[in-house]
Design a binder for this molecule. Structure first.
Ligand code: BTN
Length: 335
């Protein structure tokens, strides 16, 4: 029996659950149940124990962010069924890649509270203080061509946007404050960049060994380093309150699993293009394409089935812009 399973039970039942019932369900002794409950209390959960009635989960005010909490909230089949949590680690992407090399299975998640060497795109670092944010990396082993793997980054952005959209809707946030995606994968709220995604792949021609998708999400209010102050934002600022990190991570992984299953069948973005475009902040707007062969301005139209950004240039031509080759900047910042 995992403590996360008891936690899940208590959370779902929202009422007293007798020790006897827990013992019978998990086939463990009363003492084992008592020990698990004591451990959960030490982790910050407030659990009431009443004679003749049993245990009841009372208060989850203190946010708990660890493996057990994530597992107790996850309702997926394979994504996140194996979770490793680090209070502090150099980089969850580095760890996930090392584990993938050793044969770690598809769906394994490496979650951290702090990174001492968080990695961003283009060799940049990723600001990763303790106690504030979400940092996780997910191992995938898709049976696709290496050229089809970059789509996974868009699927992760869509999963994050969908999870945040649910939370924003629950809080009746006005439309203009809801999440948007800045192609290909930055989620933007209130005009500020909330997350970053770094996808790394090990492949040979015609075969993908594994893909690691690393996600960092700025959750609680914090002081950003000077170079990020103009662009980075937190969910607490955007939503008014900070979501619980494990709850948000679980929602994201659940959305991702649904999208991933379709992707494995179809291997293109056709099935989610419309939904992705409904979040696309660039759509219908002027963008500046930073093409190494020469920068130009164009109007963003949407994405194609490969996840490339389609733009219309001033002379009426439609071009597909590849992520990685060029970056697209909204002329007026993020919104
Ligand atoms: C970006 O530059 O926008 C991408 C940042 C990706 C950061 C995440 S945090 C979890 C994972 N581990 C890392 O070292 N990087 C990614």
């Amino acid at each position: 029996m995992e403590k996360s399973e008891i936690l899940e039970w208590l959370r779902d039942r929202k009422d007293y659950v007798s020790g006897q019932e827990i013992c019978e369900h998990f086939q463990v002794s009363r003492n084992a149940v008592w020990k698990a409950v004591e451990q959960l209390k030490k982790d910050g959960y407030v659990i009431e124990a009443v004679r003749n009635r049993g245990y009841r989960l009372l208060d989850e005010a203190a946010e708990v962010y660890d493996r057990r909490e994530l597992l107790s909230r996850l309702r997926t089949n394979r994504i996140g069924r194996e979770v490793v949590f680090y209070p502090t680690i150099d980089s969850t992407n580095l760890r996930a890649k090392a584990e993938a090399e050793q044969g770690a299975p598809e769906g394994a998640v490496f979650l951290a509270d702090e990174q001492t060497a968080g990695r961003g795109r283009r060799g940049r670092s990723w600001n990763s203080p303790a106690g504030k944010n979400i940092y996780f990396s997910l191992i995938l082993r898709p049976d696709v061509q290496p050229e089809q793997a970059p789509l996974l980054t868009l699927l992760m952005a869509l999963s994050i946007a969908k999870a945040l959209e649910e939370i924003a809707a629950e809080q009746n946030l006005p439309e203009d404050l809801r999440p948007r995606i800045k192609w290909p994968n930055d989620v933007v709220m209130g005009g500020r960049k909330i997350n970053g995604t770094l996808t790394e792949m090990s492949a040979e021609p015609g075969f993908v060994h594994y893909v690691v998708i690393g996600v960092g999400i700025n959750v609680k209010k914090q002081e950003f380093p000077a170079e990020l102050r103009e662009t980075a934002g937190t969910l607490e600022d955007a939503l008014g309150t900070a979501p619980r990190r494990c709850e948000l991570t679980a929602r994201i992984l659940e959305h991702f699993e649904g999208l991933y299953e379709n992707y494995l069948k179809e291997k293109t973005a056709a099935f989610c293009r419309e939904e992705y475009e409904s979040f696309l902040v660039n759509k219908g707007r002027e963008v500046r394409v930073l093409d190494p062969a020469g920068e130009y301005e164009a109007t963003a139209l949407g994405i194609d089935d490969e996840g490339q950004l389609l733009v219309r240039t001033a002379d009426g031509q439609t071009r597909a812009v590849y992520a990685g080759e060029v970056s697209v900047r909204g002329i007026y910042g993020y919104t």
